[in-house]
Design a protein around this ligand. Sequence first.
Ligand code: ADP
Ligand code: ASP
Ligand code: MG
Length: 459
Amino acid sequence: MNLLVMKFGGTSMGSAERIKVAADICRDQKLQRPVLAVVSAMSKVTDLLLDTLLKAEAGDDHGLEANLQILAERHRECCQQMLSRTLNGIESLIGDFRRIAHGVRMLGERPPRSVDEAIAIGERLSALMMAEYLTSTGTPAQAVNGADAIVTDAVFGNATPLMAETRERCRLTIRPLLDNGILPIVTGFNGATADGRPTTLGRGGSDFSASILAAALDASELWIWTDVNGIMSADPRSVPNARVLDEVSYNEAAELAYNGAKVLHPRTLAPLIERQIPVWSKNSFNLAVPGTKIVSTVKSKPGPRAVTSMVNVALVSIEPASAAISGTRIMARALEALAAANAELLAFSSSSYRQSFCFLVRNEELDASMRMLEADLALELTHGYLKPIEVDQNVGLLAVVGEGMRGTSGLAGRLFSAISKQDVNIIAIAQGSSEITISIVVRRDGLERAVRAVHEECS
Ligand code: ADP
Ligand code: ASP
Ligand code: MG
């Protein structure tokens, strides 16, 4: 069917003016082929919704009402500049959010399922505004709740799609719209379990929603509209001379996203690789530039292509108290514990004789990781076979990504000396067997300098 899926991020939906631009892009493309749009909440709205629920839980009535006021004003103002007849629908969705927030206030806690239902309302508000605006300007469109299209497991806050069920659901809810020439505007970020409980896909998850829908509907392309000219050689916020990359491979893009490049949600590419659906990262603030194409193989020469970094991470170090302890067995059990804690290993490094090892996890996964590690290794820790587990949160991760970096001789040495010249200590190094990423853990306060130095070295 030659379907084009397009996702518009928070800044691309950030005001009436931006929503009109997004709608124009949809309209233009729909003249040529069927289009499905996936939209994020207006910028900062998800933060506002989460903060409102926190205030409700804490019993802060004043803060709760003030936030509800801000939410309503922002969307009312947007409607008034686009289409005032949408106001009723907007008020009704805000009423739904208000009801959940007041429920949280009464309970004094935030049940995960209610949180997921509540925070997806940001996306439902923007989908409604965009659909009604498009329809009123002659392009029939319909807002679709992602909960009616994406079927997930029940991990609230970080759900995983069930692809077979999602395909079937999309066949029932979205296909008929496309077949009738209606442009579906689907909420990003959310889904529901097979028995209808609302879920969300993790912060920044609208990219992931778009790729799930592109795969489930066998789209021919996915375009992700954001606020930069494409995927760049570094985050332009910390490296002003970062360059836009014309092309990157699925693997490179996935590694960049996994290692902190916010331009893509880490799980975006997985559903697309199998079906080889090409993806473009494009700038809705600069329609004249083509953006970055993500494809299976790139034509450019192998070597480092981009550097990325992550700050909210913790380095956990484990060391046997004597060489008589089997480090391999301790490592195996530590990894089991991390898996049970649902924690992702961002980097792992070990030394040989001492059998000590360290690994990097996200700060938000640290508590659960430590609980599981301390429970599983309790015996060894109590009897002193293991030194106390050390946690260092004053660190940051820097990752250099590029296909075929192993072929670039002397690269690691060049990276390390570029970092050392900035007086930044390297704490740990890891190179995955994929040879696409070299991960370097440095002191947090030296991270930005290290990123700029490495970017300079690789340019
Ligand atoms: P959206 O709301 O459209 O999803 P995000 O804020 O999630 O947008 O992602 C876009 C931001 O990602 C950019 O503004 C940029 O600062 C940041 N970013 C981080 N790393 C990179 C990179 N390598 N290339 C491009 N942008 C990056
Ligand atoms: N609105 C959600 C968030 O801020 C999802 C997204 O924008 O991708 O996390
Ligand atoms: Mg994003």
